[in-house]
Design a protein around this ligand. Structure first.
Ligand SMILES: N[C@@H](CCC(=O)N[C@@H](CS)C(=O)NCC(=O)O)C(=O)O
Length: 210
């Protein structure tokens, strides 16, 4: 049984889709991404940053394991339950691209979203916030373009086979908001094509209510 600290609209949604796709039993522990509300102390004990997702599982009858960081949790779960084929195995030629893309999502695209959504964390003075936001929005365009070009004519992110990287991609697209100055998904037609296919999966329909 897995436990997932969970908030709507957060990166925990992608991990929940993966748990559904893997057919695993899990329990959601409600939390928040609103800094004006209080975060469960058990979550902060595992992740002092206060972010989700945070995953907990039974290591053995006496011990629980726990971790945070969305890309790391994605790799961990898909390797642990490898029969579901949601990730290329260690000797698969697609493994390098899988790891590269997940880390790029996490440290470049998510970072650009953070600049836009949490610009106050990146500046010393409130007067610089607007500039950080603008840079974040331009960075979103730059980083999504890299991924769109990487996909090219591929059926899925990694080529012929669907993987958890496609789920991660879908989750990231749900955070694009043109009214905040973000680029439109229409500027990334290959990303859009894959996101639309991912959206058809029952797990995604269930969790994102699409
Ligand atoms: N690098 C972390 C970032 C996670 C993250 O930024 N989570 C957001 C929700 S998508 C969050 O918890 N935000 C609340 C906050 O930063 O205060 C990861 O990939 O897991």
């Amino acid at each position: 049984m897995y436990k997932l600290f969970y908030a709507e609209d957060s990166a925990a949604m992608g991990i929940r889709v993966i748990l559904e796709e893997l057919g695993l039993p899990y329990e959601l522990i409600p939390t928040t991404i609103d800094r004006d509300k209080s975060i469960p102390p058990e979550q902060l004990e595992i992740n002092p940053n206060g972010w989700v997702p945070v995953l907990v599982w039974n290591q053995d009858s006496n011990n629980e394991g726990s971790m945070y960081e969305c890309a790391a949790i994605t790799v961990f779960l898909c390797d642990r339950h490898s029969d579901a084929n949601l990730a290329p195995k260690a000797d698969d030629p697609a493994r390098a691209l899988y790891l590269q893309t997940l880390v790029y999502f996490s440290n470049s695209i998510q970072n650009a979203f953070q600049l836009s959504y949490y610009s106050d964390r990146f500046v010393d003075s409130p007067s610089d916030e607007a500039s950080a936001k603008l840079r974040g929005n331009r960075r979103l365009k730059e980083t999504w373009t890299v991924i769109d070009d990487q996909i090219g004519n591929n059926e899925w992110l990694l080529g012929d086979n669907f993987s958890s990287a496609d789920i991660y991609l879908y989750m990231l697209t749900t955070w694009l908001q043109t009214d905040l100055g973000h680029p439109s998904i229409y500027e990334f037609p290959n990303v859009k094509r894959i996101a639309e296919k991912v959206m058809q999966r029952p797990s995604v329909k269930l969790i994102y209510r699409t």
